[in-house]
Design a protein around this ligand. Structure first.
Ligand code: APR
Length: 315
């Protein structure tokens, strides 16, 4: 037993359910608390019949949020509404910002020292909302708050492997910036193993990685956005956080965190995870000319997304 207790908020949803299944199978988790406004007792009962040691408990409705969060080491938040075709992640702001603010109030009150993984979109804005709520309650620790951008990394690994004809999983590259449209910037020049892409390949791959979410939204034709791949990405990132907490060394991920790596206060880049959460953010390294151009273009948009979140939190 690891002693780790994890809360999943929005656990009955499209991301929540497959993520709950993956977390139930994780050897790193002893107790999994599923919270949603509906259906979590059923999801928890269903999962509890699986023969893995992790104990699953369901909590439904605002009155049970405290019980769901009490004592948790990690809180994963995919609560909110998903995109429909034609919508950007920013179009979700009005609904999801309020949901995230309420849930952050709960975290501040019931498990202020937990690591928080935010999935609810627009992540560029919802992460600053959580930070502002925690600050107002006097419990903000920037090392404990991350926006999950791991799906951008998985997409980059998959699409690049496909393009250069190597097995998926054999390529790695950082994806920096934010988690929407042009704010997502894959650093193809830093891919390992290294590969010399033509300008045309860089442009096409960058665009596909930036539009990966929209590819799924369109394919689902009104039924929502990425859920299964997002669940896998969230499992990977959540397990990395737990590995860091238990003292494993060299746990590296890309994530959207408070940052001094660029001129904007929150930025996704390579981070080191450890016992206290984010223990280091790494400099971006050498960028190609087109990456530098992409970075210059994304910074004003990301800055505006961040300011929108901060303004909402203070309304
Ligand atoms: N508290 C807890 N859960 C909530 C709340 C709330 N205040 N409001 C909504 N939920 C729950 C819903 O009941 C639902 O079970 O969040 C879940 C969301 O599930 P879906 O609607 O299926 O959405 P999903 O595809 O899982 O995406 C959720 O993650 O990636 C992002 O853009 C995506 O913001 C969206 C979020």
């Amino acid at each position: 037993p690891t002693g780790f207790k994890v809360a999943l908020l929005g656990a009955a949803g499209g991301i929540g359910q497959p993520l709950a299944l993956l977390l139930k199978k994780s050897p790193l988790i002893d107790v999994l608390n599923l919270y949603d406004i509906v259906n979590t007792p059923g999801v928890a009962c269903d999962l509890s019949h699986i023969d893995t040691p992790c104990k699953v408990q369901g909590f439904a409705g605002a009155g049970q949020l405290g019980a769901a969060l009490e004592g948790c080491h990690l809180v994963i938040i995919p609560a909110g509404v998903p995109r429909k075709p034609g919508m950007t992640r920013d179009d979700l702001f009005n609904t999801n910002a309020g949901i995230v603010r309420t849930l952050a109030e709960g975290v501040a009150k019931y498990c202020p020292r937990a690591v928080v993984n935010v999935i609810s979109n627009p992540v560029n804005s919802t992460v600053p909302i959580v930070a502002e709520v925690m600050k107002a309650r006097g419990v903000y620790d920037p090392a404990k708050l991350m926006g999950v951008t791991t799906l951008d990394v998985l997409r980059a690994r998959t699409f690049v492997a496909e393009a250069i004809g190597v097995p998926p999983g054999s390529v790695d590259l950082p994806v920096i910036g934010g988690h929407a449209g042009i704010t997502i910037l894959p650093l193809l020049s830093q891919a390992t193993p290294s590969f010399s892409f033509t300008d045309d390949e860089v442009a096409k791959l960058t665009k596909r990685i930036q539009n990966g979410g929209t590819e799924v939204v369109d394919a689902k034709a009104g039924a929502g956005s990425a859920t299964l791949s997002m669940a896998q990405a969230a499992l990977r990132f959540g397990e990395s956080c737990l590995r860091g907490l238990k003292g494993d060394t060299n746990v590296l991920e890309c994530a959207y965190v408070q940052s001094t790596v660029t001129s904007v206060p929150y930025f996704a880049s390579k981070i080191l995870l450890g016992r206290s959460g984010v223990e280091a953010t790494y400099p971006l390294g050498p960028l190609s000319a087109s990456e530098r151009e992409g970075l210059n273009k994304l910074l004003p948009e990301l800055k505006a997304n961040i300011e929108k979140g901060i303004a909402f939190a203070h309304k």
